[in-house]
Each structure stands twice: as structure tokens, then as C-alpha cells.
Write a protein that binds this ligand. Structure first.
Ligand code: NCD
Length: 307
């Protein structure tokens, strides 16, 4: 039976650490621009029914660097989805072409899980609406592991649109697999973290704030996210909240210690470009790590013989 990656809740700490060790080795190989020959005869299909740059491309680079083949579904408007074909039929049909992995992004919560019940290969959730983005969480926590040499005991601020964002929920679930984690959720009350997320991270020390200045401990990491404009039913509320919090060097200089700054990207105006030159800014490394972590995940799903 093929294994599916649907939620960050499904991982165990030891498995995550083993993936990180594999990602670290693949990083060394890929840094030398190597194309390995371990995924020959294997096909990964990317199906992105919502915009994406990093997730789609890093899966593509990861599979190609492993020596495998990638087939992209293409933009929804050039496919029969535009003629009204159902999601179920599209998935059934894709399965007939026998890919080894389908990487799926959809606007709909639960889409990856639905797909996993239709197809015979592995399905990887690359974002289902506001719900989850488990592989983003893997690369986020991998980046923390690389910076700090461990994950246990980290104090992480998660800031921005925590209600409609899918990266804060998956990040919270994955961090909750480690010990002594404290998370400071920083958001305007309208965008605070969802109750269902809190119910699944009972072993984490949780603190809520509406502004960064209210955080009274030295954070190790500040994870910033953008307002998910496309998910706001009320565009006036979006306009009112837009620009209400921006991480700038001035704001950071008021903290006792500047934390490692992370962001899943894309950024809009919540993270000033002047922060990019700080040694604590890790978001582009985070994006780069996406290739290594996703390659590690692919090789684990397909039991490849990687270095
Ligand atoms: C995120 C997403 O799609 O949820 N992007 C990404 O995959 N790096 C974050 C976002 O769109 O804000």
C-alpha cells in the first residue's frame, strides 16, 4: 500500500529526524550540482490547482536531481477541469497513467485525503485550502534544526495570518512532536490561531499576543506569514488589516535579541526587504532547503537507494 503525506500530525519525532539526516546528505550531493541516478523509472506528477512557485518547483528539482521524471498537470484552465470535469474523474484518470507520486495543491480542505482514496500511488498534500501544508512544515523545522542543531526547547513566535494560513497549523503540529516547545502566536484577534489547531498541540506551551512588542521572552525564531488575501470573504477586513503589522529592522531592534527570521514566502508587505541583510534572515535558505527535504521525503516514499 502506498503511503500518503496528508498532515503534519502523522509524523513521529524519530521519523522526522531520520528525514532531516537524509536531507542533510542530499544537500551535500545536490550542492555539487549532482544529478543522482536513484529514481530512474519513477514518475512524480505535480497537480497545482492553486498558484505556487516554491512548492511546485522544489518538488520538481528534487525529483529531477534524484534522476526521476516529472510530469506537470499544467494550469487548471488548460485542462478539462475548465470544461467541468470533476476532481474524482481527474484523479481516476491520472491514476491510469501510473505515476509513483502525485503532489497535489487545492483550494479545498481535505482534497489530498480525497485523492488518496481514489488513486493507487502516494499522494502528497502540497496545501489544501487553509488547512495544512505538511511538507512546508518539514522544511521549516529542518531549517530550525540546521540553525540550532536541535528542535527540542525552541521558543518560536508565529506571526501573521494564523487563521487562514495553512503553514502555521502544520508548523504547530510538527513542532508539537518535539519536547519543551513554546509557541507565541502573534496576530490581530481576527486572525488568531484556530481552536482546532490548539486542540492538537496539547504538549506545547502556548501564548497569544496581538503585537510582537507584547512578547516578553527572547524568541529563538520569528516565523512571519502573509495575509491570505484570497481566503478573506470580507475584502474590507483585508484592507483594514493589511499593513497593520510589518516586521522591519526598527521593530526588530526594539527586541532584546533578534531571533532567526523565517517566512514560508511569498511575502507581500509584512516583512520588509531591509531585513534580508541581517544574518538572522533565513527565509531564502528555508526555500532552498525545500529541495533537500522534499528529495528526502520522495526517497523515503519510494524507498530509493540514496546516499
Ligand atoms: C505558502 C502556502 O502556499 O501556503 N507558500 C508556500 O508554499 N511556500 C504560504 C503562502 O502562500 O502564504
Amino acid at each position: 500500500m502506498a503511503r500518503h503525506i496528508i498532515s503534519a500530525k502523522q509524523f513521529e519525532k524519530n521519523e522526522v529526524l531520520a528525514l532531516f539526516e537524509k536531507a542533510k546528505k542530499l544537500k551535500q550531493a545536490f550542492k555539487q550540482r549532482k544529478i543522482l541516478d536513484v529514481a530512474r523509472d519513477r514518475i512524480l506528477t505535480t497537480v497545482f490547482l492553486e498558484p505556487s512557485t516554491r512548492t511546485r518547483l522544489s518538488f520538481t528539482y528534487a525529483m529531477k536531481r534524484l534522476g526521476g521524471v516529472v510530469v506537470d498537470f499544467g494550469a487548471e484552465e488548460i485542462t478539462s477541469r475548465a470544461k467541468g470535469e470533476s476532481f474524482e474523474d481527474t484523479m481516476k484518470m491520472l491514476d491510469c497513467y501510473a505515476p509513483d507520486i502525485i503532489v497535489l495543491r487545492s483550494k479545498e480542505v481535505g482534497a489530498a485525503e480525497r485523492a488518496s482514496k481514489i488513486v493507487s500511488c502516494s499522494v502528497v498534500n502540497a496545501g489544501d485550502g487553509w488547512n495544512e501544508h505538511p511538507t512546508q512544515a518539514l522544511l521549516d523545522v529542518y531549517t530550525m534544526w540546521e540553525v540550532f542543531g536541535k528542535v527540542d526547547g525552541l521558543r518560536v513566535g508565529v506571526m501573521g495570518d494564523l487563521k487562514y494560513g495553512r503553514t502555521p497549523s502544520s508548523l504547530s503540529y510538527l513542532l508539537s512532536k518535539f519536547s519543551n516547545i513554546s509557541i507565541h502566536y502573534i496576530a490581530p484577534p481576527e486572525l488568531q490561531i484556530r481552536q482546532d489547531v490548539l486542540e492538537n498541540i496539547k504538549n506545547v506551551e502556548v501564548n497569544m499576543h496581538s503585537r510582537l512588542e507584547e512578547v516578553d521572552v527572547e524568541l529563538d525564531v520569528l516565523y512571519v506569514t502573509r495575509l491570505q488575501r484570497e481566503r478573506f470573504a470580507d475584502q474590507q477586513l483585508y484592507e483594514a488589516l493589511k499593513g497593520s503589522y510589518t516586521v522591519s529592522t526598527t521593530l526588530l531592534s526594539r527586541l532584546r535579541k533578534i531571533p532567526t527570521i523565517m517566512h514560508p514566502l511569498p511575502r507581500v508587505d509584512e516583512l520588509s526587504t531591509e531585513v534580508d541583510v541581517l544574518p538572522q534572515a533565513k527565509y531564502f535558505e528555508q526555500a532552498e532547503n525545500g529541495v533537500y527535504v522534499r528529495a528526502a521525503l520522495i526517497s523515503s516514499l519510494l524507498s530509493l537507494n540514496t546516499p
